[in-house]
Design a binder for this molecule. Structure first.
Ligand code: PLP
Ligand code: COI
Length: 347
């Protein structure tokens, strides 16, 4: 067992023991390999570097209360990777290969799986990249699919608390009819700088509106959006939003609690009507929002709209209840009635 302070884990890149890899050349998948070499050798013309032919997934593995090891909803990640790969014109591993490689990654790096009782898990990061050197703008016939992992705690560090967010109107996340609904690397590139500016101003998250008209809420830079209004769970329906597996899970949990789920266009003015608002995703899990400022220009001081939900230290009770249930299912504290936990056998 590694000498890791499980309580102090944040959400960071990590060099564990083993990477799992498979190449697809001319449409034919090569055998899966395991390596302890954490460096890639790529041709300088590899299209992933010049043209962002790169996509990825993110899913978590939990050491459960009874000692079993569970991967949370990997079938959904396998399906989403295929969808994203199709968008980029890349071959994707089928579900059996995806599962096999995830399980191998868990088993080979088991000493990095946080024990039960630490609010920590193992994050799996499957990555699919075009390795073919090329100048032409057509799909590559050589790709590398690799799965790496990291022991992780909370994405923004510390215990659950509410965070401030900003809507930066001079930055859009995704073009209309563009790549917003797919987990392509390029979607994230444009958020690094505004995240830094927002963090320097004391905001934790960026919330993006639909690019075409700036009338409706799309999602956060790292995660989906939902709002709570009485017994309603409201979340945007938009082609430019990544279909979040956490959001899908929370919608079911909300229904299990007797709440009504509304998936529809959410005008930003409705931000004043929600009792609670949160970000949700694999990395952030569920991040309640204390307040949202809308800024015409992120770099400038003017705030055109301000929405307030709670103090930074507080958490809306419905959001806390949703959070507790999803965590309890993942760690096996309650029965997994929907069959979301894929148990890794032979550990
Ligand atoms: N939206 C964006 C932009 C994301 O990067 C993520 C993270 O994967 C999500 C939403 C949440 O998706 P999921 O719950 O499947 O992790
Ligand atoms: C995830 O939640 O899995 C993501 O990929 C989001 C990323 C910003 C860490």
């Amino acid at each position: 067992m590694q000498n890791i302070n499980w309580e102090a884990l944040g959400f960071d890149a990590y060099t564990t023991k083993t990477l799992i890899q498979a190449r697809c050349i001319d449409g034919k998948w090569q055998p899966i390999t395991e390596t302890d070499n954490f460096s890639f050798t790529l041709d300088p013309f590899a299209c992933m570097m010049h043209y962002a032919i790169s996509c990825f997934e993110g899913l978590k593995v939990f050491r459960q209360k009874d000692g079993k090891v569970a991967i949370f909803r990997p079938d959904e990640n396998a399906k989403r990777l295929k969808r994203t790969a199709d968008f980029l014109g890349l071959p994707a591993p089928d579900e059996a290969k995806f599962f096999d490689m995830c399980e191998r990654c868990v088993k080979a790096n088991l000493e990095y799986l946080p024990p039960y009782g630490h609010d920590a898990s193992m994050y799996l990061r499957p990555l699919l990249i075009g390795t073919k050197p090329k100048m032409q703008l057509t799909p590559p016939n050589e790709v590398l699919f690799t799965i790496m992992c990291a022991p992780v705690g909370s994405y923004y560090g510390g215990k659950m608390r509410s965070i401030p967010a900003v809507i930066p109107l001079n930055y859009d996340r995704a073009a209309p009819h563009g790549s917003g609904g797919y987990k392509v690397a390029a979607n994230y590139a444009g958020t690094f700088k505004p995240y830094q500016i927002a963090h320097d101003q004391g905001y934790t998250e960026l919330l993006f509106l639909n690019s075409q008209t700036h009338e409706f809420i799309d999602e956060f830079g790292s995660s989906n959006f939902f709002g709570i209004k009485g017994d309603k769970y409201v979340t945007p329906l938009s082609d430019s939003v990544l279909p979040s597996i956490t959001n899908k899970t929370l919608q079911q949990v909300a229904e299990d609690f007797g709440m009504t789920v509304e998936r529809r266009a959410v005008p930003y003015q409705e931000l004043s009507e929600f009792e609670g608002v949160a970000a949700c995703g694999t990395a952030v899990v569920l991040l309640p929002v204390s307040r949202i400022d809308m800024k015409p220009v992120l770099e400038e001081p003017a705030v055109s709209h301000h929405f307030e939900y709670c103090k930074d230290a507080e958490v809306n009770p419905t959001i806390k209840k949703l959070y507790d249930r999803i965590i309890d299912i993942q760690f096996g504290n309650v029965e997994d009635t929907h069959g979301w936990c894929h148990i890794v056998e032979g550990i």
